[in-house]
Design a protein around this ligand. Structure first.
Ligand code: NIG
Ligand code: FE
Length: 382
């Protein structure tokens, strides 16, 4: 990553046309006052299609219960499923739109959005349609991921293989038929989808053109990074409990590790993903928020960068790359976004700070972003 000083960026029709010194004689210039300019953030892992917040679970954790214990007693992902199943589509659209407004305010210009709180064919399709409909009208770019493999719904607790069959034989073909998702994600973890079920779902998705990505080794070492390698997932996410062999497999198979330190932080855990080991093994690392109502109510990529620097010991420059260029690669859109380069979209943050070290350093101030250009157009009215 290169830092340039005193340059002008020429934008035409939402695209970067040129970068250099004293290029323009245009009448429509934005003076950035010698402040920092960076690519818009690409948040490559979020779960934004839910109805209500789950602050009750936050309180239970403060009182001493763990995320896993809360899930086992009927909370967790299942807690959001009734909400989505009973929700009116327009209501969901309104809520997701507001969440997208917030992402942009924090500098995120592209966001991956998962379904996964429907867990039946109708409500998974409804969730993906909400993503599709909001994306059509919102200036943020939303990339949809099907995540029927997020948890086993109550009605299938006793016959889990039937739910896997439903995903493989009904949901995936219909999602592909409607063309409303790019990726297929599974929560591969002890107590959720085991390795064999994960492989089955991701391989079926591949037959239908859905690219695999994974929630892998989030809470326990479940040998799921190995599965990510086996299925050639584009990204293995979380990895708080990944083992050394898993790291080796990710490296050998060029799989991006998407780390989500916001989740570790929000759950009050202390064991962060082993970033330095991943880096030493040559694994490419992306950062994302994991925004969801249960384990991470965080939408700010600048805050995630702070956490990555403090707890993962990532350098500032590596954290910024991991929040822009690498997630764009994991979403397979690095030809269009993720860096300020000629021919890419003019998705640009204009900061109120003059150097990039101030991004992780400035944690709670809410005015460090001056404006966010999406396709060259300012999204805030000053
Ligand atoms: O990424 N790990 C699975 N899914 C989410 C949690 C979702 C929820 O609790 O609602 C996560 O942490
Ligand atoms: Fe997640």
């Amino acid at each position: 990553m290169e830092v340039k000083e005193n340059v002008e960026i020429i934008i035409e029709n939402g695209t970067i046309l040129d970068i250099g010194r004293k290029l323009s004689n245009t009448t429509k210039a934005i003076d950035c006052n010698h402040m920092l300019v960076s690519p818009g953030f690409v948040d490559s892992h979020t779960h934004p299609v839910f109805l209500d917040a789950r602050e009750n679970e936050f309180k239970m954790r403060i009182a001493g219960l763990s995320y896993e214990e809360i899930s086992k007693s009927g909370g967790g992902i299942i807690n959001s499923v009734n909400g989505v199943r009973n929700a009116d589509e327009l209501d969901l659209i309104r809520r997701v739109t507001k969440r997208m407004d917030k992402f942009i305010q924090h500098g995120t210009t592209t966001v991956e959005c998962k379904s996964g709180y429907g867990l039946n064919t109708e409500s998974e399709l409804k969730s993906l349609k909400v993503i599709h409909d909001v994306n059509k009208v919102h200036n943020i770019d939303m990339i949809a991921t099907f995540m029927g493999g997020h948890a086993f719904p109550n009605e299938f607790q006793k016959n889990k293989s039937d739910y896997v069959d439903l995903i493989c034989n009904e949901m995936i073909p219909e999602v592909a038929n409607q063309g409303i998702a790019v990726f297929n994600d599974v929560f591969c973890e002890n107590g959720y989808f085991n390795n064999e079920q994960t492989l089955k779902i991701l391989n079926r998705g591949k037959e239908y053109g859905l690219v695999p990505r994974m929630h892998a080794d989030e809470f326990q070492d479940s040998n799921s990074a190995k599965i990510a390698a086996e299925v050639r997932a584009v990204s293995a996410d979380h990895l708080m409990a990944v083992n050394d062999n898993g790291i080796k497999m990710l490296s050998e198979n060029n799989i991006i590790a998407t780390l989500l330190p916001g989740t570790t932080f929000f759950l009050g855990k202390t064991k962060y993903a082993p970033y330095l080991k991943l880096k030493d093994a040559g694994v490419e690392v992306a950062l994302a928020t994991d925004y969801n109502p249960g384990s991470c109510n965080i939408q700010s990529m600048p805050f995630i960068i702070s956490l990555a620097c403090i707890y993962l010991k990532m350098s500032v420059v590596d954290a910024i790359k991991a929040a822009t260029y690498t997630p764009a690669r994991s979403l397979m859109i690095d030809k269009e976004v993720g860096s300020i380069e000629i021919d890419k979209k003019a998705d640009i943050i204009i900061w109120n700070i003059s150097n990039m070290d101030m991004i992780p350093y400035t944690i709670t101030e809410n005015r460090i972003i001056n404006n966010v250009l999406k396709n060259g157009i300012p999204t805030f009215t000053p």
